[in-house]
Write a protein that binds this ligand. Structure first.
Ligand code: ZN
Ligand code: ZN
Length: 205
């Protein structure tokens, strides 16, 4: 786990981040904090119309910094296991797929997760944890681990939601699943800040 990397940062292209969370300020803040790799992963939808401007802005900032800047998106996992993102965008950019809706149905949730792990355009599973309305047993977690390894998906250790759960992380580590860190920053101060997940990070020591 490299604490100088942050693979999950939002910008003010959404309506619920700090207004000073511009692409430019994110990159300046990353450089100031000595972060080596940063992925900008704005919430995308199939219908998003700002993608072009966002990508242009990232491309411009990339030229002016020594930080490795990755242009990307966080896409919502739909109930059928597809992601809410245009295929040409998913194909060409760094994609985190995350559950943002509760489905209150274990079978739907498991099916959606498996399908998204099998999606060749998805790079990362974001803030993974079961819904509070159902339990996932060890056997099922083991099955996810196998599938994650098989499809070479990265599981994010997410500072905002403190996920995945500790027992999931332990099983995934044992099964050779790859991980990285994401702050899920919605403000400048949260970028690269992992104080909330020190316990989870220690599992990798
Ligand atoms: Zn999310
Ligand atoms: Zn996010």
């Amino acid at each position: 786990m490299n604490l100088k990397e942050d693979y999950h940062v939002h910008t003010n292209y959404n309506d619920h981040s700090d207004s000073n969370l511009t692409v430019k300020n994110v990159v300046i803040e990353a450089e100031r904090k000595g972060i080596e790799i940063i992925a900008l992963t704005e919430h995308v939808r199939e219908s998003s119309e700002w993608i072009h401007n966002y990508l242009n802005e990232i491309a411009n900032c990339k030229k002016k910094t020594k930080v490795k800047v990755i242009p990307g998106f966080e896409a919502k996992i739909l109930s059928d296991g597809n992601i809410d993102c245009r295929e040409d965008i998913a194909r060409d950019y760094f994609i985190i797929a995350s559950f943002h809706t509760k489905y209150y149905d274990k079978a739907i949730w498991i099916n959606a997760l498996k399908k998204v792990i099998e999606n060749k355009y998805v790079n990362v599973i974001g803030h993974l944890a079961p819904e509070s309305s159902f339990q996932i047993n060890t056997e099922e977690i083991e099955e996810f681990a196998k599938l994650l390894s098989k499809h070479d998906k990265i599981v994010e250790v997410n500072a905002k939601y403190k996920r995945p759960p500790e027992n999931w992380v332990k099983i995934f580590i044992k099964r050779g699943v790859r991980f990285h860190l994401g702050s899920d920053a919605h403000s400048l101060s949260e970028i690269g800040n992992y104080a909330s997940i020190i316990k989870l990070i220690k599992l990798f020591a």
